[in-house]
Ligand binder design. Structure first.
Ligand SMILES: O=C(O)c1ccccc1NCC(=O)[C@H](O)[C@H](O)COP(=O)(O)O
Length: 202
């Protein structure tokens, strides 16, 4: 199966084009105010208009109300929504009625959420470290027996370790931000290209 590659924390049209040209399948736009990679819906929308018809644009949210999520996603014209933090199942289902959802969980919550979303095609699990965007890898060996089929993997991935992560867990998609940056919110073109290349050739 071809792994999907998502480059997160896109804050400019320039970086969106750079990631798309490097071969990313999806770009993440973070709308959570706590992030040092915060982007406006207007910039995300403009970026989406510059990456062609195929690249997915994922709006990323953490601890925000349902109305805010849906309004922001619409303003940014994203094609999918990524939800972090503890959330009621009903909230996730309400978002999934409008957008494909990447539901982000930490290892401690994996068992409960994997059961909840197993038969929901509109919700895809993504396993990430407890601090999103923190650049800290998960313990892949500890997850080997429980990593759900079809789930995505994030947490401290970069050009140097993405192949090993894929070999350990065979995720359907990989996602990264910290290890692809020159500074917070600004991509390093070589690291982005190398990350996509390493994921594709694994
Ligand atoms: O990256 C952030 O600043 C962030 C803040 C709040 C919510 C989500 C955030 N990032 C979401 C992502 O999808 C990251 O790519 C993912 O957590 C992996 O980050 P990293 O470990 O830095 O590669």
């Amino acid at each position: 199966m071809t792994v999907r590659v998502k480059v997160c924390g896109t804050t400019s049209v320039h970086d969106a084009v750079l990631s798309a040209q490097a071969g990313a399948d999806a770009l993440g736009f973070i709308f959570a105010p706590v992030s040092k990679r915060l982007v406006t819906p207007q910039v995300a929308r403009e970026a989406g208009l510059n990456v062609g018809p195929v690249v997915a644009r994922v709006g990323v949210f953490l601890g925000q109300g349902l109305d805010e999520v849906l309004r922001t996603a619409e303003a940014a014209r994203v094609s999918a929504v990524q939800l972090h933090g503890p959330l009621p199942g009903l909230y996730v289902r309400q978002v999934a009625a409008y957008y494909p959802v990447l539901r982000v969980v930490r290892p401690a919550d994996l068992a409960a959420e994997a059961g909840m979303w197993r038969d929901e095609p509109g919700v895809t699990l993504m396993l990430d470290a407890p601090e999103p965007g923190g650049g800290v890898p998960l313990d892949w060996a500890a997850l080997r027996d429980v990593f759900p089929r079809g789930a995505w993997l994030a947490g401290g991935l970069g050009p140097a370790n993405v192949a090993a992560a894929m070999q350990a867990l065979s995720p359907a998609g990989v996602d990264a931000v910290s290890r692809l940056e020159a500074s917070p919110g600004v991509k390093d073109p070589a690291l982005v290209r190398e990350f996509v290349r390493a994921a594709r050739s694994s």
